[in-house]
Design a binder for this molecule. Structure first.
Ligand code: 1PR
Length: 579
């Protein structure tokens, strides 16, 4: 079989959780080795406890594996078409692009085996692209023929009606018929991340078990007999998602339906916990937090400010109701991330128990090590995905790519941003922008987009532009946040993480002028970041701007404002959030 374009040559760093070094790592992070919560729920006979997983190597299916293991099952990987035909239950978490996936399935005979398995009504669960591939064809880089089991064509969301594409976040389901695995969803949100979708029609109505509204009513799940497929990600949908997987894996178990207090109606605004991570002076990886990006204590020792341990804090935020967790390796711009094994281990451990999306950023760029070995940014990203990241975030390298693109007017296709979004899809690529506000007396003084500021500058300046920086705010670049945001959207970014160095750690609220400017300028989701000091700051940013999510660090680490109280406040203000 020909290797698919995404099967990169990156060495896989193996890691066994029972090895002494792993146990040491766990202990250093304040964790004891404990079997997963549902360890004792193992099915009785060996065959019963195995889930066959169809992973053709296009991206991160680690979270699906982790969720299956968490529920007490072992995972067997499909190696040959016979493995599909012999499966007791098959999970197909499709990732990557439709055409590339069909190509792999057709070339190795798996397409035929899949059709035969599904036509025999054997237990099947398709996830995301694993749902789309069941349809007749897709418009993604096509038309491309699919497996043809369900009538319909998969098409792209229309962003001209003001809805941001990709559709990223927690949305509500409208259950259309008894679907067994959705019995516990009730009126909770589930997590979607996709740019393409299939539409319900008379021809496929017997299949459709739920729809979701995002501009249109699209198909959120299908069911016929033992065959299920979902457009959303149960493995990333917290407890609700785990119960969907549990119902698929234990179809005969008497599970009691959980009552839900509140009805999910639409796409929720996301609340994200961010962990800025770096090594302290003793060499341990710690969560830190700066004031305007200065993370050192102003003491004689000038030590790195420590606010916790990454795995432990990420787990806590998951339990507290964070809709996503982001790790930013803040010294990644100077240290090579693949040499930073603890950071990769942090991701692996976190993804074992945290079932909401994980983003990781820092140091995603091409790199040559001391021995002259070259690593591409794609290899760095691939390793992050393999270790459990759902999205990667690019900072400095995206600034250079945007500058080059604006200078030449040509998309080279070689930047980290373009390469990673081509292989993993733009929904997997976040661009982190780190601007500083520069006040101006006269808006004509610079060649970048300027705004009239709400609060005048120290010398009464009424205008400002936002200058982008690289290397953790150390170097200002000749490009504005507005120009950068528009350029990276064209180059393939799926989301923008919008920081503001002036507001970082200040607890005075988000920079509303900046977030409004950028969220009005692009049609991809924007995450507001920097400056949250109270729950009211979250409602303010959602009311006054088009941000899709808001992120905070310091107030969560110092336990000043719990995530739950932010959510309760948003609910009271009539803003949709996931509970
Ligand atoms: O340039 O690709 O290596 O990426 C480096 C990444 O590290 C970028 O995303 C950059 O934002 C981040 N970074 C670099 N240095 C720092 C620093 O603080 N010295 N952290 C840094 C940026 C921003 C947010 C922060 C919010 C919320 N941190 O992550 O958590 O501002 O904080 P708050 O709620 O406490 O105000 P590359």
């Amino acid at each position: 079989m020909e290797a698919p374009p995404f099967a990169s040559s990156t060495k896989t760093l193996s890691f066994r959780s029972s090895s002494p070094s792993s146990l040491l790592f766990l202990r250093k992070n304040g964790l004891n080795f404990r079997p997963p919560r549902n360890f004792c729920v193992r099915a009785s006979s060996a065959g019963d406890s195995v889930v066959t997983l169809l992973d053709y190597g296009a991206g991160n299916v680690r979270s699906v594996r982790n969720a299956i293991r968490h529920l007490g099952f072992d995972v067997k990987d499909v190696q040959t078409p016979e493995d599909i035909l012999n499966a007791n239950r098959l999970v197909f978490p499709g990732v990557g692009a439709f055409a590339a996936a069909m190509d792999v399935l057709n070339k190795n005979g798996m397409a035929e085996a899949l059709c035969s398995y599904i036509e025999k009504d054997r237990p099947f669960l398709g996830i995301c692209l694993g749902l789309q591939l069941l349809f007749e064809s897709s418009e993604e880089k096509g038309p491309v023929k699919g497996l043809g089991l369900i009538p319909g064509v998969v098409g792209r969301f229309d962003s001209s009606n003001g809805f941001r594409v990709p559709h990223i976040g927690w949305n509500a389901l409208h259950i259309r018929k008894d679907s067994l695995i959705l019995d516990d969803v009730g009126s909770n949100h589930v997590y979607f991340v996709h740019s393409y979708r299939a539409m319900p029609s008379d021809e496929n109505k017997e299949w459709v078990s739920s729809t979701c509204n995002y501009g249109d009513n699209f198909i959120a799940s299908v069911r016929r007999g033992n065959v299920h497929a979902v457009q959303f990600h149960p493995e990333k949908s917290g407890d609700v998602g785990l119960s969907i997987l549990r119902r698929f894996l234990y179809p005969k178990a008497q599970l009691t339906k959980k009552p839900t207090e509140r009805k999910a109606l639409t796409l929720a605004k996301r609340v994200i916990a961010c962990l800025d991570v770096r090594t302290n002076d003793k060499g341990d990886l710690v969560v830190t937090k700066g004031d305007q990006y200065d993370v050192r204590e102003h003491t004689k020792e000038n030590e790195v400010r420590e606010l916790g341990k990454p795995v432990e804090l990420a787990r806590q935020y998951y339990k507290d109701g964070a809709d996503e967790v982001s790790f930013l390796n803040i010294t990644g711009f100077r240290d090579f991330p693949l040499g930073d094994l603890p950071m990769l281990q942090v991701l692996r451990y976190t993804s074992e128990n945290v079932f909401v999306p994980l983003t990781v950023g820092g140091g995603i760029r091409d790199f040559t090590d001391a021995n002259g070995r070259k690593y591409s940014s794609l290899e760095v990203a691939s390793e992050y995905f393999r270790c459990g990241a759902d999205k990667i975030s690019i900072g400095s390298d995206a600034v250079y790519a945007a500058e080059e693109y604006l200078r030449t007017g040509v998309k080279s296709g070689n930047s980290s941003l373009e390469q990673i979004s081509r292989v993993y899809g733009n929904q997997a690529v976040v661009v982190s922008i780190d601007p500083r506000r520069v006040y101006l007396k006269n808006p004509e003084d610079v060649g970048f987009k300027t705004i009239r500021v709400t609060n005048p500058g120290p010398n009464g300046e009424e205008f400002a532009w936002y200058q982008c920086t690289v290397s953790g705010g150390r170097e200002g670049r000749p490009i504005g946040a507005y120009e950068l945001a528009k350029a990276v959207e064209e180059l393939g970014a799926g989301e923008i993480l919008l920081n503001c160095i002036d507001c970082d750690g200040q607890k005075k609220g988000f920079d509303i002028d900046l977030i409004k400017l950028i969220s009005d300028a692009v049609s991809i989701p924007v995450i507001a970041s920097s400056g949250a000091g109270s729950a009211e700051h979250f409602s303010e940013v959602f009311r006054k701007t088009n941000a899709s999510a808001a992120l905070a660090a310091g107030i969560f680490h110092r336990k000043e404002v719990p995530i739950q109280s932010v959510k309760e406040h948003l609910l009271n203000e009539g803003i949709e959030v996931r509970i």
